[in-house]
Write a protein that binds this ligand. Sequence first.
Ligand SMILES: [Zn+2]
Length: 460
Amino acid sequence: MIVIYDTLTKQKRPFEPLEKGKIKMYVCGMTVYDYCHIGHARVMVAFDVILRYLRFKGYEVTYVRNITDIDDKIIARAKEQHQTVFELTKRFIDALQEDEKKLKVLPPTSAPRATDWISSMIQMITTLIEKGHAYLSSTGDVNYAVQTFKEYGKLSHKHLEDLQAGARVDVNEEKRSPLDFVLWKQAKPDEPAWLSPWGEGRPGWHIECSAMSTAELGEHIDIHGGGFDLQFPHHENEIAQTEAATGKPFVNTWMHVGFVNVNEEKMSKSLGNFFTIRDVLTVYPAEVVRYFLLSSHYRSPINYSTETLNNAKAALSRLYLALRDLNIRLSSKPAGDYESRFTDKMDDDFNTPEALAVLFELAREINQAKSEGKTAQAETLASELKRLGALLGLLEQDPAAFLQGEVKGLSSDEIEHLIQERHLARDAKEWSRADAIRTQLSDGGVILEDKDGKTTWRRQ
Ligand SMILES: [Zn+2]
């Protein structure tokens, strides 16, 4: 029996799917106006392991992770870069998929884009207006009337009265209450817009997830997840929208993934301690990053620093060292009680650090067998280590390849030439070509730094 911590009830509860053997899981995905950072990587990898593990336990999991491809930040960034919204979002969706692949994150069953589901959003907003939970304001926006949903605050454990007392009133927004949030935004000139019963406009962020989750998975789902910071207001608003529209409970288990701190400080653009996945992958192999993200429990904060990443690299190397020089044939036969010890830890709210500790005990036994010349025994145990590692998306490389690191030599002339080509591609606004060159260089261990229109480079 798997137990999962539920944010709403604040307790670990035995997990029972709504329909026997099947799980419906929705995770809030990225807003695609920039490259994904290491915090996004953590959410991706955490739910990837949850997905792999639930499938290993025999469940048929439908995993939906949306893409927010229309929003204020996207519109602003597209203007800044003289691209259309579509060009910009396509570029960053491609980049997101590349990052995922490198981190061995399995693709979700479905990755709906908000702009493909506008009619479902309009439908839900219409229902909310009909039921008296939403209203058209004098500015032409449709807002959700938070006071009409008595249970507002139940997920984040906030009280409606306290929230109201603390809320500021923005005089420009014609809202009945300062807590009310927008469901449909009236179009501004030169912005992408869709036709609706309330004129041309576009959806607010929160309604996207309610509509896409309901359309793809049904009104009541097993698991809804996301980053820790989404609890309020995003998930609180999703509950208010969906439950008011359907009159049913929305989600059985709410799961939230902790923050990534950098050198013990919160990661933020203003502090300048902000790392994109691709920056990190120029310095560390993707599997090391994945190991690092799994070395803490998904709900705890995790600290990104040179030290913690180097520790992750050393730890993963120890596991690969145990596997090296053995002829491993993957067998499905469990060796010893390692599998049951591993699953005991994973059944307990996906406790990956403790599951990894079981893998280290296994590695120790392999090393012991090797040193005693018991090769057959070492190989059987190594097969078990690889099998259990794969459940975490780890240890799937050839040990020698991992331990030697990838040696791809680029000469200085070749690097200069590629940087020149990248400049030309950027001048011609061939962004995907320019990005591909950057990736090629970073794969070759070359770090680019763009400053004042000039590019300098260094090797790792
Ligand atoms: Zn969402």
